[in-house]
Design a protein around this ligand. Structure first.
Ligand code: NAP
Ligand code: MG
Length: 397
């Protein structure tokens, strides 16, 4: 490797697999260079979450990061890990710094048919990664009273809107987004779609949210008309806008094979739906593409908490490392592209091929074995699976 990538280690079962993937599938084959940050919950607590911010800045500097799944703290986790504080989700912190769009694409294998039988090609989710409910301000209103939105410009001029005359207790929430972030969301989506030669769908609820979602629709369309119309036409792909309800209905009836650009919350939820329909959460890859041109790769799933507790009791769990492996190959391939490093690019592609071959030859973890046609005689635990990939990898290399 010419230049390092940023490595963000994480928690629980994915942390266990992280080390395994590195030790058995990467380090024996390449001279791995990373700048390492430990984003385990314990270390985030010790550093008052500074480690997360430093890692995000390192990604900005080096251009490529690879991240393990991390625990988002809550009251139960605070007690479990004896934490000083609750910290925001590391992904939210990183996304707030890098901005950009998260693309989620399922890894499809021939042995597993998606549960939506009309789907012929993967649906890629492009999730806007800034603002909305992920950067909200919320309040519990204990008693009757007036809730207003107040905007004050630089000259002190105010603009007000009544949210509600609350007759009793309840809740309120303020969310925002920025024109520039919405525009860069649209740009990232068109760039990705042109590179992959797949059409772009975008959907919001602009019939109800005329100003907020209406702005998303308007800006997305603006970016298309002024910056990408010709490029899309050259790439023979089209742009299609519809209402979110209509999009959901069409997704289920359609053939797939497009980029579905989603607002932040829609993308969060819909990517889990697509992943589950394609077989397993463990087969969903995720990459954050920031408008400044930096990339962070991860698996879409979490830390697989329940498997971890069983692992702590001595069980060799059948946890699927495919999306973690693809996070590494994605990051290494991007490093290779930026550094014009043919050997590294070949290694990343070969590791992906070896992983796919392993599954397609009938060696897989339990989550896939339950769905595969024909079903394998037995499923492997994570250690056995990784060793099987290593054998294919050595053969191919
Ligand atoms: P999860 O870790 O994604 O696991 C949910 C369930 O999905 C698991 O119990 C397992 O089902 C299945 N699964 C997920 N990944 C799998 C894999 N690689 N192999 C096999 N099965 C897999 O979600 P969670 O349990 O809701 O969250 C656990 C922790 O992860 C939480 O603390 C959360 O904050 C964190 N989280 C982090 C990220 C991130 O860092 N990107 C994302 C989401 C959640 P079975 O039990 O049926 O086998
Ligand atoms: Mg989610």
């Amino acid at each position: 490797m010419k230049n390092p990538i940023v490595e963000l280690d994480g928690d629980e079962m994915t942390r266990v697999l992280w080390a395994l993937v590195k030790d058995r599938l990467i380090k024996p084959f390449i001279d791995l260079k990373t700048e390492y940050f430990d984003l385990s919950l314990v270390n985030r607590d010790i550093t008052d979450d500074k480690v997360t911010v430093e890692a995000a800045h390192a990604i900005q500097t080096l251009g490529v990061g690879v991240k393990c799944a991390t625990i988002t703290s809550n009251a139960a986790r605070k007690a479990e890990y004896n934490l000083k504080h609750l910290h925001p989700s590391p992904n939210a912190t990183i996304r707030a710094i890098l901005d950009g769009t998260v693309f989620r694409k399922p890894i499809t294998v021939s042995l597993i048919q998606p549960s939506v039988n009309t789907w012929k090609a993967p649906i890629v989710i492009g999730r806007h990664a800034y603002g909305d409910v992920y950067k909200n301000v919320e309040m519990f209103i204990p008693d009757p009273g007036k809730v207003e939105l107040v905007y004050t410009n630089a000259d002190g001029v105010e603009k007000r809107a009544l949210v509600a005359d609350m007759p009793g207790s309840g809740v309120v929430q303020g969310i925002h987004n920025l024109d520039e972030s919405i525009r860069s969301f649209a740009r990232s989506c068109f760039l990705y779609a042109i590179a992959e030669k797949i059409p772009v769908w975008f959907a919001t609820k602009d019939t109800i949210s005329k100003t907020y979602d209406g702005r998303f629709k308007e800006l997305f369309n603006d970016v298309y008309e002024h910056e990408f119309k010709e490029k899309c036409s050259n790439a023979k792909i089209n742009y299609f806008y519809t209402l979110i309800d209509d999009a959901v209905a069409r997704v289920i009836k359609g053939e797939g094979g497009f980029l579905w650009a989603c607002k932040n919350y829609d993308g969060d939820v819909m990517s889990d739906m697509i992943a589950s329909a394609c077989g397993s959460l463990a087969m969903m890859t995720s990459v954050l593409v920031s408008p400044s041109g930096v990339f962070e790769y991860e698996a879409a799933h979490g830390t697989v908490q329940q498997h971890y507790y069983r692992y702590l009791k001595g069980e060799k769990t059948s946890t699927n490392p495919m999306a973690l492996i693809f996070a590494w190959t994605g990051a290494l391939a991007k490093r290779a592209e930026l550094d014009n490093d043919r050997k590294l690019s070949h290694f990343a592609a070969t590791l992906e091929t070896a992983s796919m071959h392993t599954v397609e030859s009938g060696s897989m973890t339990g989550d896939l074995a339950r769905l595969a046609q024909p079903a394998p005689e037995q499923s492997l635990n994570a250690w056995e699976f990784i060793d099987a990939v290593a054998i294919h990898l050595k053969d191919l290399l």
